[in-house]
Design a binder for this molecule. Sequence first.
Ligand code: ADP
Ligand code: MG
Length: 254
Amino acid sequence: MQEVKKLEIINLCKEYDGEDFVIKNISFDVFDGEFLSILGSSGCGKTTVLRMLIGVLNPTSGKILKDGKDITEVHPSKRGMGIVFQNYALFENMTVFMNVAYALKIHKIPNYKEQTDDILRRLGLEELRDKKPAELSGGQQQRVAIARTMALKPDIILFDEPLSALDVSTRLLLRNEIKALQKESGITMIYVTHDQEEAFAMSDRIMVMKEGEIQQIASPEELVEKPANEFVKEFVIDNLQMKIDALAKYRRNS
Ligand SMILES: Nc1ncnc2c1ncn2[C@@H]1O[C@H](COP(=O)(O)OP(=O)(O)O)[C@@H](O)[C@H]1O
Ligand SMILES: [Mg+2]
């Protein structure tokens, strides 16, 4: 991992309409080419953080720097970031090819057809290019969603629990594909999950969150060896062992 700062998140806070703060003054760096997971249980603020990074939600206070420049007020389309959600949100009436080509066409990219075919090939989707989303499996639809995000050549991709709606075998397959894509492309990835085992299998570093606060940011090894507090020990390490056991059982039976 190169230790060049791609993103610097500084004292970020979010409150929704005068309610309690859901993000309580968090600061962290994301390194260039890094795979960083944000791990925490439902409601701890993971999606809120991603939405502020991509720019569809204004922070109540704090700053976001990308490549050293303040992008806190920059429009989402000008941030060079893409996002992949749990529900694929594909255009149902368009083919796989058009789903991926659409944004390129709108941005009047001259070689958009070649560029689209190139991305489809990289994600093993070329044989599906003329199909509609309804004809695809969940895993295939999520590959199309990833291809569509890659089309605009973002230098950071955010993932919001992209695999949680898929069955176990597809989940295992796709996480390897996402990881391989990250290695091959060098794109910085921030990956939100509530699954300890997934975070450990994929990440360079894991940021553990609880109730809008960072508990620890560390490599998987470091988390296991030196959990920062009792919460990390219980929520991360104890659950990790349980998930590893369940997965081993699944692998034996399939
Ligand atoms: N639009 C909203 N208005 C008010 N509260 C919200 C809104 N969106 C999310 N929240 C609250 O913010 C907290 C964090 O939510 P979220 O970021 O979606 O968590 P996570 O993605 O970790 O499950 C939750 O308590 C949630 O109820
Ligand atoms: Mg969420």
